[in-house]
Design a protein around this ligand. Structure first.
Ligand code: NAD
Length: 295
């Protein structure tokens, strides 16, 4: 069992820290929000007064923070100075590739090991310990992180060198954003052409138009498996988070000189959906937005 510092106990981090404590680790947890800290305490974590205090005698530091600027400020401002030499740092936040590479480089220069380990799977998977982790870092750092991540997830995959976890995550989510929009507009067209939507699903889910967005996460209520569309598009993966990931993908594409016209189109549509006040809805509510609805 390890001494683990856990920084960022929000929607995702709360459940992840609880799973590590439940697995028997000594988890020193910190969040800026008092309520998040007391939830972690109820789940068996030891509350810390700061990230520095949490990391001071940690063998492993795990973070689950909103964006690159929070990750940089927590690591550069506190963890690098506080964590004992040789400690392993695991950032599970979804952030830009450049920040992920920069913090890992700085960690290694200071005698620490670090991986970027963003996740696929939402709040339910974080609570259930069934996340998928895509990990960037050296083979040695991955080997140390793997058993800890396995206690919070169902799959832990080494994507490559530092930053590769973030690259895999944003590539996957750019594809997801684009296929969801294509699926939504296709069902709207099918309806206008007079097709029964269940019948169209039965055909297309077994034909070449099939995708995860159709068969696992169908945006049409009552068609396919039960999804957020059957719950008024509540829960699931918020459109605002899908937009965040598309922005990261577009930024990475610009830096890498890659042409991503579908990524740009998807980003513009999710931006419009968020501007219309639908950012808190599940991302499959794009079908309602494309149909002219705003709720
Ligand atoms: P969240 O906003 O619920 O949680 C982030 C937490 O970090 C908050 O509790 C906040 O108080 C804390 N925080 C911010 N700055 C801090 C600091 N300096 N020190 C300590 N704590 C600090 O966000 P979330 O939904 O848990 O998402 C976290 C990350 O996971 C994001 O990068 C997100 O893109 C990614 N992600 C989220 C989901 C999802 O479904 N929510 C799915 C996959 C990945």
């Amino acid at each position: 069992m390890s001494r683990i510092a856990f920084i960022g106990l929000g929607n995702m981090g709360g459940g992840m820290a609880a799973n590590l404590a439940g697995a028997g680790h000594a988890v020193r947890a910190f969040d800026l929000v008092e309520a998040a800290l007391s939830r972690a305490q109820d789940a068996g974590c030891l509350p810390a007064a700061s990230a520095t205090e949490a990391a001071r005698d940690a063998e492993i530091v795990v973070s689950m923070l909103p964006a690159g600027r929070h990750v940089r400020s927590v690591y550069e401002g506190e963890i690098f100075a506080a964590a004992p030499k040789g400690a392993l740092l695991i950032d599970c936040s979804t952030i830009d590739v450049a920040s992920a590479r920069a913090v890992t480089e700085a960690a290694e220069a200071g005698g620490l090991a670090m991986v970027d380990a963003p996740v696929s799977g939402g709040i339910a998977a974080a609570n259930a310990g069934t996340l998928t982790f895509m990990v960037g870092g050296t083979a040695e750092a991955f080997a140390r992180a793997q058993p800890i991540l396995a206690q919070m997830g169902k799959a832990v995959i080494h994507a490559g060198a530092a930053g590769a976890g973030q690259s895999a995550k944003i590539c996957n989510n750019m594809l997801l954003g684009a296929t969801m929009i294509a699926t939504c507009e296709t069902f709207l067209l099918a309806e206008k052409l007079g097709l029964d939507l269940q019948t169209f699903y039965d055909i297309s889910s077994k034909a070449s138009g099939q995708s995860w967005s159709m068969t696992t996460y169908c945006p049409v209520p009552g068609v396919g498996p039960t999804t957020p569309s059957d719950n008024g598009y509540e829960g699931g993966f918020a459109a605002a988070l899908q937009l965040k990931d598309l922005k990261l993908a577009i930024e990475a594409a610009q830096a890498a000189d890659a042409s991503v016209p579908m990524g740009h189109a998807a980003g513009a549509l999710y931006q419009a959906m968020v501007n219309a006040g639908m950012g808190g809805k599940d991302f499959s509510a794009m079908i309602r937005f494309l149909d002219g609805k705003t709720a």
